[in-house]
Design a protein. Sequence first.
Length: 183
Amino acid sequence: DRKMKFVDRDLMAVQEARVLMEEAGEARIALGTWKQEKLDRVVRAMMQACSERVEMLVQMAVGETGYGDVSDQVKICRFLISSLEKAYDGMQCVGILESCESVGVLEIGVPLGVIAVAVPALSPVSAVIFTALTAVKSGNAVVFAPHPRAVETTKKTVQILRESALAEGFPDGAISCMETSAK
């Protein structure tokens, strides 16, 4: 009747990573059939969700990590979202990218699969936003592993992105974040 007193956080983190990568791998199969227009709709929803909550996320990040200035980080995040919105407008990442019928060549964009991301403690909000938007735009699943100093901020940012993506029909498991941090 002895209770377990010791929990190996490293082993828990490894197991969680395996589960999240398996789920992302399954979601990636579904994403392989998505057209660019559908991915773009998800990206727009994610941008909107982040734009609405950027101040809260940055305040959380600065408070949790002790790095940066809230007003500067908010400006950086807003600039990032605005820049990506312009850069991604009309950009084709999946499907037929270019066709040269005279020589019979097609350039086809294919998702890589699952992207694993180690999120830094410095500017975790902008790091997560950039990586998530880029992964989704190109039809990839993404799993985030937060820095121990930015766990709560990373989880919250990913949650906001994930919920907005799921609302647009994005496959469950295609955007996730580790909860267990090895310290």
